[in-house]
Ligand binder design. Structure first.
Ligand code: HEC
Length: 90
């Protein structure tokens, strides 16, 4: 039940408001990290600094990953900071 409420809280603002740049970036992540808890769930689990460090670690191949190393490689530092802010806020 708590999980369902969290999902609702995640989806409502995105649907109700015009998409911000961070929301548009995060659209590429939602397929894996969005609904039904994600695999793994990232929204609201870490603060922005931690998420930024994780994504940079994936990008620089200092953090072990099956998929995220390849995904994070496509993002600039500014985009990583925006994505970290998006997922940390909720
Ligand atoms: C194709 C599915 C997929 C997509 C798309 C994807 N991820 Fe991931 N993500 C994963 C998997 C799987 C892991 C676990 C690490 C690994 O094996 O790569 C992960 C791990 C993570 C973690 C670390 C979570 C933790 O607690 O260790 C973060 C942060 C993250 N992803 C952010 C993102 C962001 C931001 C995007 C969009 C730019 C994104 N992911 C897109 C599959 C995906």
């Amino acid at each position: 039940m708590a999980k369902l409420l969290l999902i609702g809280a995640l989806l409502l603002p995105a649907g109700a408001l015009a998409a911000s740049p961070a929301e548009r970036l995060a659209a590429a992540c939602q397929g894996c990290h969005g609904a039904a808890g994600g695999m793994p769930a990232i929204a609201g689990t870490h603060d922005a600094a931690e998420l930024t460090a994780m994504l940079r670690g994936f990008r620089d191949h200092t953090r072990p990953a099956t998929l995220m190393g390849r995904i994070a490689r496509g993002y600039t530092d500014d985009e990583i900071v925006a994505l970290a802010g998006f997922y940390a806020r909720r």
